[in-house]
Every structure is written in structure tokens, then in C-alpha cells.
Design a protein around this ligand. Sequence first.
Ligand SMILES: *Cc1c(COP(=O)(O)O)cnc(C)c1O
Length: 379
Amino acid sequence: MYQEFISFVQEIFKTKDFIPLHAPVFKGNEKKYINECIDSTFVSSVGKFVDQFEAEVAKFTGAKHAIATSNGTAALHIALLMAGVNQNDEVITQPLTFIATLNALSYIGAHPIFVDVDKDTLGLSPEKLEYFLSNNTEIINGECINKITKRKIKAVVPMHTFGLPAKIDEIVSVCNNYNIQVVEDAAESLGSYYKGKHTGTFGLIGTFSFNGNKTITTGGGGMIITNNDKIAQKTKHITTTAKIPHPWDYEHDMIGYNYRLPNVNAALGCAQMEMLPSILEKKRILSEMYKAFFNDKSLQFIEEPDKTISNYWLNAILLENNQERDEFLKETNENGVMTRPIWKLMNKLTMFKNAQTGNLENATWFEERVVNIPSSAIL
Ligand SMILES: *Cc1c(COP(=O)(O)O)cnc(C)c1O
């Protein structure tokens, strides 16, 4: 059966050589815009491609504002600061995520709390979030206080795993009842929609990543989106040097982070945004092929949840158990078909092993079984 899968992947990617999990595709104006950028000499933190890239991501997602950053981790760091997270505050997120989500909140000196994911989305469960909050918190002076640690819970960070949208409107409505801000880690979900609305636009702030393995890439890069004018303005200010505009004076009114995206990377981003619709179309065709292949097999292909459109950033399947998973990983990787297990749960890493958690039965179940399979948009 695993051999049949390997042959199938080699057939659809038309090669018997190494097949990566996710390779970028540069078939548009990438070289043209980068040359234009170099010719202009504006290759650094100022230039027309940055503005254009921001405008295009705002338009595509339907967000009012978009601010480019040096990477997705930096975008999350600033988003959490803008959501009012301070040192010793607490942030609820899912244990099933990439380490960047946890690194960002740790930079601030905030503490994570882990709440389980849903079986049908692999994203934060609104029911389990409500259960955790109702059992462990009380509202004092309008702030959500953890009854055990006495700390403030300032933000919830759901993540749209592999591009599969989490139940984001329900998560936002639970958070509204507890006066908690929602920062969506939409790093993996550019081109994914929940009930017709783009992921990242439900919470106060959403963030994207344009790392080399994401749906589109700028080499390295990220984006913060929000509908809040004040936050947008402050984000732009703080991601540079927080300089007060003046023809020559150096006056800064707060600590800045120098997280701006260079114009040369944004040039790549502008070309990639032009290609995004066709990249998404190709990824959907690939996912349909996988779905058809796994239809009559014992392995289960993970499909987009109800009422959502997934970008199918990384296609994923469920193995029967941990042993089967390891055998599958061994056989595919030995044959040049790159596959990877889902992340180790964040609460098991040494830095977060003492974090408070809810019941994590679904995340644990996925951790043992989920494997990502080749997903490049190169058909
Ligand atoms: C890729 C990713 C990020 C951001 O990664 P960068 O490499 O810093 O751009 C954040 N969260 C998740 C879930 C990701 O997959």
C-alpha cells in the first residue's frame, strides 16, 4: 500500500527523483520586479514594492490595513504587543502548532496556556476554550483573571492548521464574553476562508508568514492585518524605529523593533501575489487527486472542514497508529518522497512543560497519526 502511494506521488509530480514537501514556484514577474527594485536602488526598508505588497494583501484578504514585517514570527510578536499582552500575562493557544507561535509570546515574557483542538479542524476548539475559561477564570474589573495563577489572560491565539480554518467566529464570540483579544496565527492560511470570509480577519489582528515553505514566499517575510485604524498606525510605527516624522531630526517616542520587510523581498511578494490565484487552483487540484487516491484506502485524507475553503497548504493524512505512522515515514522518505509528522505538542517541549493545559486528547490523538505529504503547486 505504501509502495502504491509512492508510485502515485511520483506519477503526479512526474519524477522519480526527490520530491520535497513544499517547494516555492516562481513562474511570474519575480525576476522582473527584483531587477526593477535593484535598478531603483531602493532595496531596503523603504520603497514602492513594500507599499504595493501591503495593498495587495489587504485587498486579497479584505482587511482594511496590512503591514509587512521581516517574518511571521515578528508579525506575531508585534500583534501580541498590540493586543495588550505584557510580561507575566497569559496567552491561550493550541498545543498543536509550529514553535513560532510560542516563541512570539515568549519574547514578551508572557506565559502560554494550552487548550485542545477540534477533531474536524485541527484548530483551537471553541467548546474546550469555553470550558477552560468558565472553570478557571473570573472577570475582575473587566479583565479575565486566571483563578489559579492570578495572572491576566490577555489574548487567545488560534492557528489555522495546514490552511484548514478553525471555527474562528465561535472562538471570537467566546473571547468576547471574557474580554479577551483574538490574534489569529494565519501563517499557514493565506487563501483559506471561513464562511466566505478570509482567515485572519475575524480577530483583532491576523498574521501571515511568507517563509520559503509557505503558500507564497518573499524569501522571508510576514504581514500583520487588522481593521483597526489605531492599531495599524501604531504597528507601522513600532515595526520601524518609532521615529516622529521630521525632515531631519531624530526624535523617537517609543522602543521600535526594526521588523520592516525589505523592498527587495516585497518585490518578490508582489510577483507572488499575482500568481496566488493560480497557485491556489493548482493546490486544490492536487488535493482532489489525493482525496480520490485515498478514497478506497485504509489511510484517511484530511479534508477541509464544513463551511470552509482550505488553501491546502500542506496536505495531510491520518495513519492508523503511531507505529504505522513511523513505518510510513520511513518507507516514503527512503524512496525520495518527502513526508513529515505533525509537530510534537508544544506542552511537551522543555520550555513549556510546566504550562497549564486543558484536556488535550484530540491534539494527542493527532500527534500520533498525522503525516504531511508532498504539496507543491507544481502540477
Ligand atoms: C510559518 C509559521 C509561522 C511564522 O514563521 P516565520 O518563519 O517566522 O515566517 C508562525 N506560525 C505558524 C503556525 C507557522 O506555520
